[in-house]
Design a protein around this ligand. Structure first.
Ligand SMILES: *Cc1c(COP(=O)(O)O)cnc(C)c1O
Length: 495
């Protein structure tokens, strides 16, 4: 299987090459040239397997240039050992017709771990397979969660270094602690004087500085990124759609072939797009429900066919969904349009120049066959957290509550009674202040550790060990720099 750009340049790459490259050189995203097909026997065969074994089977359909052994080793390094605090990695908790797929049992307590534990292994193996001699240096600008998940994934991986820049004043205390205590011989963490945009602009400038990149090349170093448009971050996410279906089958919650819904709290459209790939491979999915917060650009798009980012930006209690440009939507447009790359390039030009594009009624109808969308504001999200706790003594984080509310709304509007999987993207401990407030607790004056303890009184699941350990972990990274100094820091770190 090969990979090509959504915008139609001449590149035709293997998956290993696409994972090293990250983004196509015309600015497009890499997509598989065909979608592998599975049958119901394939799904039935997953039920008795471990998550790692299920992952190996699904990944092999896409990473056809990796050997079976290479895939196995990558998967075992990503999900084996003690990195996840649940044996089945992505367990499903069931409540009547609702099932919660918990994607937050990894080292940073959020769903980014599902992909960022595996991407570094796929990338390191890709370097070996393709005979690439250069070292890769991953640069990340983070508003919090992605930086930590990337550090955990890339730490001590062969032939790769990682440098994470975070805004000195723009992350929570716990997020800062998670990063400045990071262990690993190949990691650097640097605070930038400024906000997230300053850090991100700084990283973009480094990627765009040709002379600097040539200088690095001469020293055998190539810059790369770990952001969510890399195919190596998308493909690991397809696995848990299959895995959760197999779990429901195994628990006799559904019959083989029965169609179910998935409801996904969505930001960059990466998670839910993985569900779209699973569905098109043959996983029996009825609807993919796209749940947004007040930044409801995707709700409007999926209802009208018009994507318009010209609107107010809101800071919400679901910060991982505070996004106005959902990059991975480009991949959906490619597949829906049957690979009309010139059309995609034109829409993306419109988005860059005018801030909007319109896919028209025919494509919209196709999209609506698969997707249903709605959004939830902060107040309803908090009410939902409280209602779920009262009903089920189960504590969900804010992002999961947005999805759960959307699943309810979907049922009310459509009358559909199919079994529904709510995709849960963060541990409630990660967004402890908002969750406690929703539960009616006054959080004024509580520091991060007091918040964790306070939430533990409500939550059957204990405080995740890596978060608890932050209390006493030594600070290993204390560099602070101005935006203009970032390139110099990169140079000093690697040359
Ligand atoms: C990243 C993230 C999301 C959004 O996922 P996308 O793939 O960007 O749509 C939702 N919830 C949490 C907690 C996240 O970290």
């Amino acid at each position: 299987m090969n990979y090509i750009s959504t915008r139609g340049n001449e590149q035709i790459l293997t998956s290993a090459q696409a994972i090293i490259a990250g983004i196509a050189n015309d600015g497009g995203l890499f997509v598989p040239t065909e979608l592998p097909q599975i049958d119901l026997d394939f799904i039935a065969g997953l039920t008795e397997l471990s998550y790692q074994e299920r992952a190996a089977k699904v990944l092999a359909k896409f990473l056809t240039d990796y050997t079976e052994i290479e895939i196995k080793e990558c998967v075992n390094r990503a999900y084996g050992g003690q990195k996840f605090d649940a044996d089945d990695i992505a367990p499903v908790s069931s409540f009547d017709a609702e099932h919660v797929l918990e994607l937050w049992h990894g080292p940073t307590s959020a769903f980014k771990d599902m992909a960022l534990q595996l991407l570094p292994q796929l990338m390191s193996t890709a370097l070996k397979k393709t005979g690439e001699k250069n070292d890769i240096v991953i640069l990340v600008a983070t508003s919090g969660d992605t930086g930590k998940a990337a550090l955990e994934g890339f730490k001590d991986v062969d032939q790769i270094r990682i440098i994470v820049f975070y805004p000195e004043t723009g992350v929570s205390k716990i997020q800062r602690l998670q990063m400045v205590t990071q262990e690993g011989g190949n990691v650097s963490v640097v605070a930038v004087n400024g906000n997230f945009d300053d850090a991100q602009t700084g990283v973009k400038n480094i990627f765009g500085d040709r002379a600097f990149n040539e200088k690095l090349q001469a020293h055998g170093v190539q810059l790369s990124s770990a952001n969510s448009i890399n195919w190596g971050r998308l493909v690991p996410q397809i696995v848990y759609y299959f895995s959760s279906y197999a779990d429901l089958l195994k628990k006799n919650k559904i019959k083989l072939g029965e169609k179910i819904n998935f409801c996904v709290p969505t930001g960059n459209f990466g998670n839910i797009l993985a569900g779209y790939y699973a569905m098109n491979m043959g996983l029996p999915i009825n609807k993919l429900i796209c749940a947004s917060n007040a930044n409801n650009v995707l709700t409007d798009f999926l209802q009208s066919g018009i994507y318009n980012k010209n609107r107010d930006f809101y800071k919400t209690i679901t910060p991982s969904m505070d996004i106005l440009i959902s990059s991975n939507l480009e991949r959906l447009l490619y597949h829906i349009s049957g690979g009309k790359t010139a059309q995609i390039a034109a829409w993306m030009r419109d988005l860059a120049q005018k801030g909007s594009y319109d896919v028209g009624p025919d494509y919209l109808a196709q999209i609506q066959n698969v997707f249903w969308a709605t959004w939830t504001d902060d107040q309803k999200t908090q009410a939902k957290i409280q209602a779920i706790y009262k009903d089920k003594q189960y504590v969900v984080d804010t992002h999961t509550a947005v999805a759960w509310q959307a699943a309810d709304d979907y049922k009310t509007v459509t009358g559909d009674t199919a079994q529904t999987v709510i995709v849960s993207t963060a541990s409630p401990y990660k967004f402890n202040a908002s969750v406690l407030t929703a539960l009616g607790v006054d959080v004024t004056g509580l520091d991060e550790f007091a918040l964790l303890d306070a939430l533990a009184a409500y939550n059957a699941a204990m405080v995740p060990a890596p978060l608890a350990a932050l209390r006493t972990a030594p600070v290993l990274h204390s560099t602070v720099c101005a935006t203009e100094e970032m390139e110099h820091i990169v140079e000093k770190t690697i040359l």
